[in-house]
Write a protein that binds this ligand. Structure first.
Ligand code: FAD
Length: 432
């Protein structure tokens, strides 16, 4: 089998890989120096589109429309862009063995790739119900969503089961976005999750009450406090058995119960922490010439003086850029500033759109109009720790308002009274 050698290899062809390629091009990369190896069949794209516009019944997003870097307002990089720059896109290629000592990657078909510098950008994979041994969980009516192939399968099922019934298992990002988009596709939608409210890792009870009320208003049914324990499929679809004894009929089941970083290839070869590959503030691992970015990296979050792993698109983009800048700087004997990241998450569903910045710890205040029955609800929340705002959430903010909440979370504005903060609400952030 042929062996290829590159100065730089990015392993993984997702969000981080695309933003890394753009940064390499900006910093200067010669034709043939950089390769991106991906098991996906397409050039890097903005993954968040898959649970949103990709599934719309009309005007759906399709490639090449959402290749990186359009998600952050940047230039779109179609496959031709890589060809023009002499960046090799090695697609449909799964790496099954990584030997960091000999700097060699081996693909499922036996091809070898050697590198001088490796950036690990393998992202995450979905957690499957079959991983927990849930009975019948390998049925063809059960869908997961991570890659474009998964989204295409779901699109086909939506077409085939027109106006059918959907059960969405999980109340996180994917559960909320998928429930909305299935409803927009005119499905009868039921969400099932075990927690007392949706998105419990981020939302307070007050924030969640708005979304649950809004979804109910849109006709989405929500069953909380129980889980799916088994599935029986026949020609008519799926019977979803819940732990509390109820049984739900479904044509389509979509499961969104979390992800797991893809670090398996490197086990025992690189230091890990908190489930990810441990890096410094330049995304260098403990192995010389090996970097890790995006979902797989556990890095020092300078702002909170703590090692963290972040599974969000904004960090995937920025960590990739930081790693490439660090690589290029070290080649020139220069240094760059350490990564200083302010966590930023967002989601969109129906006509709603929220943003969150900072850390969701400490006391909380809810402000604004969070009545799901309001014609134009607009509300937010602050998290306050040690007398300072550390986190801020806003639904339906303007770009300037979102900038304002990001600023208070970044500078950790001191707060004198929680009552005052509740009363002032968004005005507090906007006047800083
Ligand atoms: P990925 O983008 O997942 O890329 C990893 C790549 O590596 C993939 O191409 C994969 O095929 C490839 N790969 C893995 N293993 C191998 C191997 N062995 N050989 C070859 N290739 C391999 N975040 C937000 O902040 N907001 C959102 O609204 C949002 N929506 C999302 C919606 C969906 C449906 C999903 C799945 C995620 C969403 N996210 C969102 C999270 C965000 O997309 C991820 O955090 C981001 O994509 C991580 O980037 P990454 O480059 O680390 O990994």
């Amino acid at each position: 089998m042929a062996e290829k050698h590159f100065k730089y290899v990015v392993l993984g062809g997702g969000v981080a890989a695309g933003y890394a390629a753009r940064e390499f091009a900006k910093q200067g990369v010669k034709p043939g120096e950089l390769a991106i190896i991906s098991k996906e069949a397409v050039a890097p794209y903005e993954r968040p589109a898959l649970s949103k516009a990709y599934l719309f019944p009309e005007g759906a997003a399709r490639l090449p429309g959402f290749h990186v870097c359009v998600g952050s307002g940047g230039e779109r990089l179609p496959p031709e862009w890589y060809a023009e720059k002499g960046i090799e896109l090695i697609l449909n290629t799964e790496i099954v063995k990584a030997d960091l000592a000999s700097k060699t990657l081996t693909s499922a078909s036996g091809a070898s790739f050697k590198y001088d510098i490796l950036i690990i950008a393998t992202g995450s994979t979905v957690i499957r119900l079959s991983d927990f041994g849930v009975q019948g969980a390998d049925s063809k009516n059960i869908f997961y969503l991570r890659e474009i192939d998964d989204a295409d399968k779901l699109v086909e099922a939506i077409k085939a089961k027109k106006n059918g019934k959907a059960v969405i298992v999980g109340g996180g990002y994917i559960g909320l976005e998928l429930s909305a988009v299935m409803k927009i596709n005119n499905f009868d939608v039921t969400m099932v999750y075990p927690e007392p409210w949706c998105m419990p890792r981020l939302f307070t009870a007050g924030i969640a009450a708005f979304y649950e009320g809004y979804y109910a208003k849109k006709g989405v049914k929500i069953i909380k406090g129980t889980v799916a324990v088994g599935f029986d499929s026949d020609a008519n679809g799926e019977a979803v058995k819940l732990k509390d004894g109820r049984v739900l009929d479904a044509d389509i089941v979509v499961v969104g119960v979390g992800g797991r970083p893809l670090t398996k290839l490197f086990k025992g070869q690189v230091e890990e922490e908190k489930g990810g590959i441990k890096t410094d503030g330049f995304f260098r691992t403990n192995v010389p010439d090996v970097y890790a970015v995006g979902d797989v990296a556990t890095f020092p979050m300078k702002l909170y003086n703590e090692m963290r792993r972040v599974e969000h698109v904004d960090h995937a983009r920025k960590s990739a850029e930081q790693a490439v800048k660090a690589i290029k700087a070290s080649e020139e004997g220069k240094t760059i500033d350490e990564y200083d990241y302010l966590p930023y998450f967002y989601s969109r569903s129906f006509d709603l759109s929220w943003q969150f910045y900072g850390d969701n710890v400490g006391d909380t205040v809810l402000f604004g109009d969070s009545d799901p029955a309001s014609p134009k609800p607009k509300f937010g929340s602050y998290w306050i720790k040690d007398g300072k705002i550390v986190g801020a959430f806003l639904e339906s903010g303007t770009p300037d308002e979102n900038k304002a909440i990001a600023k208070v979370a970044r500078i950790q504005t001191p707060v004198e009274s929680l009552d005052q903060l509740t009363k002032e609400g968004l005005t507090f952030a906007c006047k800083i």
